[in-house]
Design a protein around this ligand. Structure first.
Ligand SMILES: [Zn+2]
Length: 188
């Protein structure tokens, strides 16, 4: 499965439903639209500057979904998972940030606008992204948490994630009972 690494707390925000759109300065290949993608948390936090997010509405959002983030002096204390796949989700659309508008819910309006389709985002979605001009919102739907998070060594850009159970069998994360040759993690 193709995998993408996100810094925390954005990875867990995606896994816990605080956000559906990942904003990046580049557009992924349109061939990936419709595919389920593994969403991983990087092994390291972004920078000490992240501490600024430990206050205000982002911190409150995280508390709402069960994470504790606290800044004490220059140190950041948190219980966010690092270096693991936290969710999978289907990449359903890519919309340039100049076509993003605030709305009541997160949805794409495919009506032919002069400048292409429009992505409506809620205020919460908006504060969890970087919607400066020249960027792209990658919309994920049907996001399913990988719980507990699965350890994975990520990379920049796209990488391949091959999920395994605790015994090293290929791990079934699809719908329904595992197909032959796959393990649902119940072997241990
Ligand atoms: Zn197994």
């Amino acid at each position: 499965m193709r995998a993408l690494s996100l810094y925390q707390p954005w990875a867990s925000a995606m896994a816990r439903g605080l956000k559906q759109a990942e904003t990046r300065p580049w557009r992924p290949s349109a061939a990936l639209i419709g595919y389920r993608i593994a969403l991983a948390a990087t092994a390291k936090m972004m920078s000490p500057g992240w501490g600024a997010l430990a206050e205000g509405p982002l911190r409150d959002d995280l508390r709402e979904v069960g994470f504790s983030v606290q800044k004490v002096g220059v140190k950041l204390f948190h219980d966010l998972p690092l270096g693991c796949v936290v969710a999978t989700g289907v990449l359903t659309d890519i919309v340039p940030t100049c076509n993003v508008r605030l709305g009541e819910e997160v949805r794409v309006d495919p009506e032919p606008h002069a400048l292409g389709k429009v992505l409506y985002v809620t205020e919460r979605e908006h504060r969890w992204g970087n919607y400066e001009t020249g960027r792209f919102a990658w919309l994920f739907e049907d996001v399913v948490p990988v719980d507990p998070p699965a350890w994975a060594r990520g990379k920049q850009g796209w990488w391949e994630w091959e999920p395994v159970c605790a015994s090293g069998h290929p791990l079934w994360i699809g719908e329904g009972p595992p197909e032959e040759g796959w393990c649902d993690g119940g072997c241990v």
